[in-house]
Design a protein around this ligand. Structure first.
Ligand code: GMT
Length: 378
């Protein structure tokens, strides 16, 4: 199949999933066209069946806001025609599903029919999409998609609760390339980060308020009172300065390593003992899955889709959002007991097998086939 993928090209989970999906589909013989405003960060290798088409939005002084949706829908029309793209898979409803629908309508005028698969990722529903300013357009574009998927059952429930949805929604969980995370690094270069007796705690996110990074700091503060430990903070975002200040106030600044954005998540997770994800809302928690695939147990909140990934008492522990004491107690109980730590590490790796990309990517292929056949029949 010739598949157009629209996504955010940044470090956010939706862009990562879209990119990994496109790369795997290309390995399975499909021709993939990424259409976005920058080359996706995890798209390092273009090949004869992986293409990237950049959406440019020319600056014009009259526009207070540059019309990205317009540029994207025009680009989609051009690329569908030029490359004979058969299906468009858009990740994150805003504004991608809306722009794709406009492209579809423009193409129909020329007798070209291209169905749209929309994957909802989380904040497009729970935080941004349900805002009254966007809600009518988001509802419309979900209802006008030819197929709709969500990355967890919890997100499906949220979507049905928050919007008036007439379409069926299929849950297709996020997935992981286990080979990439079963790296078998013999030397993780752990020694560069921490002393042998120090436990390594990691948090990876876009450091937005929804991730509750201040809770990460508080939990780590409690851990390091009980045992030697270091915190690896990976990612960039609006909370970073506040977090740095908080670390200074608590006198733990020298125990926290700020990595910023990194393309070497697998290497960082390789030397981690525990992963913290105390988010306010999280439709899936891809970062937790990446940790588990690296054999790192997860201490998380029990919000949204996280319980579908992190299994309480098996791959880690779940607590109510903001319950720092419970999260700290759980973290310390795993870290203090070498046998328990080993068991949780193994369990985390085993649980991650449920999300093997070889199991999940065929589900998307089946949705494409099904959508195409239904559209042909019309
Ligand atoms: O985590 C973020 O804030 C980024 C956001 C995105 O759209 O890139 O992540 C969402 O999609 C990820 C991939 O499906 C999910 O793993 C995250 O749980 C989800 N984030 C939230 O729901 C807050």
């Amino acid at each position: 199949m010739k598949i157009g993928i629209v996504c955010y090209p940044t470090f956010g989970g939706s862009g990562v999933v879209a990119t990994e999906l496109g790369l795997e589909l290309s390995k399975r013989g499909h021709e993939i066209h990424f259409i976005t405003y920058n080359q996706p960060v995890r798209l390092e290798l273009l090949s004869n069946n992986v293409h990237y088409h950049e959406v440019n939005v020319p600056e014009y002084p009259l526009f207070h806001y540059q019309p990205y949706e317009l540029a994207l829908s025009s680009k989609l029309v051009d690329m569908v025609k030029l490359h004979k793209i058969e299906i468009l898979h858009v990740h994150y409803a805003i504004p991608h599903a809306y722009a794709a629908y406009m492209a579809k309508k423009m193409l129909e005028e020329e007798g070209i029919y291209v169905p749209i698969v929309t994957t909802l990722h989380g904040t497009d529903i729970t935080l941004v999409g349900s805002h009254p300013f966007y809600k009518p357009a988001v509802t419309f574009s979900i209802n006008k998609s030819d197929a709709v998927t969500t990355v967890s059952k919890s997100l499906k429930d949220d979507t049905l609760r928050l919007f008036d949805i007439k379409n069926d929604i299929t849950v297709v969980p996020n997935f992981i390339d286990l080979v990439k995370y079963n790296h078998g690094f013999t030397d993780c270069q752990r020694g560069m980060m921490a002393k042998d007796d120090e436990k390594i705690i990691t948090h990876i996110s876009n450091l937005r308020p929804v991730k509750r990074v201040q809770d990460v700091i508080k939990i780590f503060y409690n851990i390091q009172k009980e045992m030697p430990a270091k915190l690896m903070l990976v990612g960039e975002g609006p909370e970073r300065e506040k977090v740095e200040y908080h670390c200074q106030q608590l006198g733990i600044f020298d125990k926290v390593i700020f990595f910023g954005r990194s393309n070497e998540i697998d290497k960082i997770l390789c030397f981690s003992d525990l992963f913290l994800l105390p988010s306010e809302t999280e439709s899936f928690g891809l970062a937790a899955l990446e940790a588990m695939a690296s054999g790192v147990p997860v201490i998380s909140s029990n919000t949204g889709g996280i319980p579908e990934v992190n299994v309480h008492g098996v791959s880690g522990y779940l607590s109510n959002v903001g319950d720092i004491d419970d999260m700290s107690k759980n973290a310390i109980s795993i870290l203090k007991d070498p046998k328990k730590l080993e068991t949780f590490k193994n369990n985390a790796r085993l649980e991650s097998l449920n999300f093997d990309l070889h199991k999940i990517v065929p589900l998307y292929e089946a949705i494409y086939q099904d959508t195409l056949s239904k559209c042909m029949a019309l």
